[in-house]
Ligand binder design. Structure first.
Ligand code: UDP
Length: 321
């Protein structure tokens, strides 16, 4: 049994990972400040003797003295554009940068392996398509997405410097758009917005003309590759793209969801936020060859499961803009 610390453990991905690792028989320490995470996501785990929750903001150093940590998944960060472009903008950069330093120091002290959940946003508005890990990206450093994009880029550089200079055992994955159960209905991202809008009979808000593309990965596939990466040979640090290469326009996504849910919702068009990437799709050759992984869940199947989940959450949904 390993002791595994997860920052951002009450968030969408973090809480899914907590459940999976507990199911696999590991001991889990879940750390979150609950700014965007939700205790409801881990409520079933709180009575489990192998599970512990620590309310903590990783912008501050964290001490865990009573047990040896074997692995750390560093996942804490607001990830939804409306969150990091709003009141959490500065906090987002701080969480990426101070959080990375504090968790890398913790990993160094415990001689733990640490995995950084980086992002497809390091590629910014990509001029190479699909995106390969060697592509260095096209990020606007002054734009409204920069707090997240540059924060995550800086976190990557910190990981590699702690690896080179301090001998810390690191792993870096770049996560592309992911969806599924435990998403916050008020998260503001496209899958949760469209499904909750359709379930509550509101209009579906496409930003821009809907021709921009994203590639959507179902959460179970992503959790699988995260664990594979964490347990891969030490000389494979990444960065490695983790996502589903199936690419769809936002208009196609809206039409799919309307067709599945039905009801009175109509598609309406709203202004496109600044710096919104026009295309995004991972090249996952590296994950395939190094980790023997590729996603299994098709968008239709994943959306059906996600719709069932949001039916149980729809009373929490506030109108999306
Ligand atoms: N989007 C949209 N309507 C919404 C929410 C998002 O059209 O209600 C668009 C958004 O402008 C972007 C895409 O959907 O082009 C994906 O947005 P999301 O916030 O889910 O993630 P991103 O990939 O931008 O981080």
């Amino acid at each position: 049994m390993k002791t595994i610390l997860i920052t951002g453990g009450t968030g969408f991905l973090g809480s899914n990972l907590c459940y999976k690792l507990i199911t696999l028989g590991e001991r889990v320490i879940c750390v979150d400040n609950n700014y965007t995470g939700r205790m409801a996501n881990i409520s079933d785990l709180l009575s489990n003797p192998n599970f512990r929750f620590i309310e903590h903001d990783i912008c501050e150093p964290l001490k865990v003295d009573n047990e040896k940590i074997d692995q750390i998944y560093n996942m804490a960060c607001p990830a939804s554009p409306p969150a990091y472009q709003g009141s959490y903008a500065i906090k987002t950069t701080k969480t990426c940068v101070f959080g990375a330093i504090n968790m890398l120091e913790l990993a160094k002290k415990h001689k733990a392996r640490i995995l950084q959940t980086s992002t497809s946003e390091v590629y910014g508005e990509p001029l190479v398509h699909p995106q390969v890990e060697t592509y260095r990206g096209n990020v606007n450093p002054d734009g409204i997405r920069a707090c997240y994009d540059e924060g995550k880029r800086c976190a990557e550089s910190l990981f590699f410097d702690y690896h080179r200079h301090e001998g810390v055992d690191i792993k870096v994955i770049r996560i592309f758009n992911t969806y599924g159960p435990k998403m916050d209905p008020n998260d503001g991202r496209v899958v949760s917005n469209f499904i909750c809008q359709a379930l509550s009979g509101q209009n579906i808000t496409i930003y821009g003309d809907g021709s921009q593309t994203r590639s959507f990965c179902y959460v179970d596939d992503l959790i699988e590759v995260m664990i594979k990466m964490m347990n891969s040979p030490a000389d494979f640090t990444g960065p490695v793209n983790t996502g589903n290469p199936g690419e769809f326009t936002i208009k196609e996504l809206a039409e799919k969801i309307v067709a599945k849910i039905g009801g009175p919702s109509k598609i309406v068009y709203k202004p496109l936020p600044k710096d919104d990437p026009t295309q995004r799709r991972p090249d996952i050759t590296l994950a395939k060859t190094k980790l023997g992984w590729e996603p299994k869940v098709k968008l239709d199947e994943g959306l059906d499961k996600t719709i069932e989940y949001f039916k149980t959450q729809i009373n929490l949904f506030k109108k999306a803009e």
